[in-house]
Ligand binder design. Sequence first.
Ligand SMILES: Nc1ccc(Br)nc1
Length: 447
Amino acid sequence: AAETDSPSGGRSGALTPGPAVAGHVQKIDVNPPKGTRDFPPEDMRLRNWLFDHFKEVSRLHGFEEVDFPVLESEALFTRKAGEEIKDQLYCFEDRGNRRVALRPELTPSLARLVIQKGKSVSLPLKWFTVGQCWRYERMTRGRRREHYQWNMDIIGVPGVMAEAELISSIVTLFKRIGITESDVGFKVSSRKVLQEVLKCYSVPENLFGKVCVIIDKIEKIPVDEIKRDLTAVGLTQEAVQELLQVLSVKSLAELEERLGSSGEAVADLKHLFSLAEKFGYSKWLQFDASVVRGLAYYTGIVFEGFDREGKLRAICGGGRYDHLFSTFGADDIAACGFGFGDAVIVELLKEKGLLPELGLQVDNIVCALDEDLQGCAAMVANILREKGQSVDLVLESKPLKWVFKRAARANAERLVLVGNSEWQRGMVGVKILSTGEQYEVKLDDLK
Ligand SMILES: Nc1ccc(Br)nc1
């Protein structure tokens, strides 16, 4: 039966456990909650491989790691701009009657911590985190409800060197995992383009976020719906027309013709593209006036990483958010950042045949040949572990055939066998599994 959320919040369907029948326990549903994932060892190795690259790139760029609770006050995310992220908030009332939410994104938590730290931290801040983010979406669309996001943020730098540095970080990541500029690119624009157009039509500043959120849907819903939604928030037909035209501008030169050279939008974008030359990633960037991103708080440069074959959703996205802090009642601080999810990138690596082969790897299997030598085997394991060697210690009596099979599965370097006669002479048996070479070695010489 199709899985649907029943009003009671339970789930109907073939696998849902029924009530315990008197005398025996009904088998539980061993799958994780709808829209969530387990990470069994082979998936966890891939996740760690990816996250280790995230963290190494952040370290290379001089960023400090931070973290926040996955549970936040709902107030952090209740922006009134019609964002999808708010419609899908995984929120509830806790036992203390507090409105809380599983975070749908990391930037508001980061802003909260920066405000909390206040003058005790010196700007600029370069902070990064990798954290799980949540959304509650009716499973009718069968989409995931959680993913992990790598975020890097620069707080306190108003100039576009900050955005250039963030894009440099992402390019570095792509290169490390074998993705090139022929596989992906970055669409770059600035929300100041929209701001300058809206200003010409005397559209009140407080509508800016809403207009951007509507326009972000331009490739997802019919243009007539976009026009209707823009009109509904109070834009005139002329303003709507001009907005849609400026979004179809094909080059920075054409944008400059349209908006003039004196505006910040053109200046910022020209500066960013010239910095891209210096950073060496010009080939990765393209101006695309239609990029606005779907988060209400962006105020300047926005960018998103895309796959050139056009098969996948955006790989990453980010931009400048210079007024987020004042929405939390604090003084504004110039800021920019990006989010990079753990799902689309893995789909891209699969497409490109770039998934790494990450088998279990252990240095030694240590095995007692007799039940009463288990303690001696533990001593051997200890000696090796103190030398930094990984040891899979066989914990119960097993036939040698089983031990060899486990050693092969663990891709072990060597097998260390603790036998009675050898032990009496202070020796253990060693077998190098790659060559079959076999020898005895004194315990003290084991390394
Ligand atoms: N914001 C958000 C959270 C979780 C997933 Br899956 N996608 C987007």
